[in-house]
Design a protein. Sequence first.
Length: 365
Amino acid sequence: MLFNSIEYLIYLPIVFLLYWLVFGKRLRLQNLFVVVVSYLFYGWWDYRFLALIALTSFCSWLSGIGIEEVRARAGKIPRWFDKGIVAANVIFNLLILSFFKYYDFTLSLLLQVGISFYTFQALSYTIDVYRGKLPVTRDIVSFFAFVSFFPQLVAGPIERATNLLIQFERPRSFEYNDAVDGIRQMMWGFFKKILIADNCALVVDDIFGNYGNYPASTLLLGAVLFSFQIYGDFSGYSDIAIGTAKLFGIQLRQNFRYPYFSLDIAEFWRRWHISLNTWFVDYVYIPLGGSHNGFFRHIRNILIIFFLSGLWHGANWTFVAWGLPWFAMYSIVDTKEICKDKVDTIKRCVYVGYIWLRGDRMDSI
């Protein structure tokens, strides 16, 4: 079921009315209703994958309880056991998704990697519980609602349990101003998706589909229009998701912040698909050491991030290759900033030394 489909325009008002008028007085029933309609929304594409999201949700929920039980029995169970639970959950979920999402790709590359929006969302819960940033939830209904919440299930933003799960654990009330603001944001998202992205796609598909018949200037035009298409498509879906969530009393995180107004590549990636990039930073880049273990390890960590980002976007070598030029450009900008900082430090040291020597000579005179 697509946001810009007739089915969704029928589905959303019905769900909205039932959510507030029928199930709004009891939190657990309201959350259970969210799970049911979210699974209906997801199963509209292919009901066979409902088992996958249910399994991912259950394993991540159970892993949190397992971590809590291990720590409650400190001294009786080895301290490393909680790490084993986290590792098992991460590997298990990634292996399952690698088979379903990257089946043909993994057969040829033997890469056991599987990434999707709700998998990242579920795994962030397990990792945050292990790090002590989040209390364990034993409410399986609210956890399933957190993982499967339909507005952001298939196009993000990738939420964290520290923001979304806690909203499902407390009562919600209808706020008129939030609903109006949500509708405005949905309309803006539909504008970007339908009027900008879809119309650009008509030209882009023709140019890219018949690139041999067009001159270089037309191909360049196609590339420019594609940049508008992908932004309107992706950020439009995010706006619709964020706006829809506001109708249900849920606040989602901002996912795009005017990325094409960035001054350099590094700033661009801080503004583009914010929820994905911050996920990689918090759960991959920083655990690998970030920028604190030397220049070459810093560059290595950036390479790993862009490699995984390429895999995340699709099961093809072209997506891996897509990540490499971005890595090169980002590294050049980042290296330039590092060198600039070092040069500025050297300049300051030289200047201080010069003043000190000059002062010493003046005193001797």
